[in-house]
Write a protein that binds this ligand. Sequence first.
Ligand SMILES: [Cu+2]
Length: 150
Amino acid sequence: MLRSLTLLFAGLAMALLAGCQPPAQLLVENAHVQLSPVEDSPSVLYFTIKGGPSDTVLRSISSPSILRLEMHETVEENGMSMMKPITAVAVPTRGTVEFKPGGKHVMVWGVDAAARKAGTAEFVFSFSNGDKIAVDAAIKAIKPGEGMAH
Ligand SMILES: [Cu+2]
């Protein structure tokens, strides 16, 4: 009886430990496009990457609804804020990588009419470990006076 109770408690303890450490999964969350109000000027894609069970690298992003896109990073140089193209972004194990205003972002040219109408566009994120993650990004119009933040 005592022995089976001990086993029961050991089993419970293991279940609790497992509960504290859910399996890490590489994810792309909260993807959204800030649509430029001016047809010819670029829109911007923002999102958050959650790292998986091992380190990886974001290599590229593509979308059938987009003419052209470029990964950028906003950096300070000589007191000036400027954007530089980036081609690879490290995603550490269980880490969080944010593409957000004032930091990393994706410039987006030529959002097609169907995606604008639907208010959503599919983006495929390709990683160095071979993972390809497709997400639907909401296309959000910029409120008047809000301006484009890169
Ligand atoms: Cu940019």
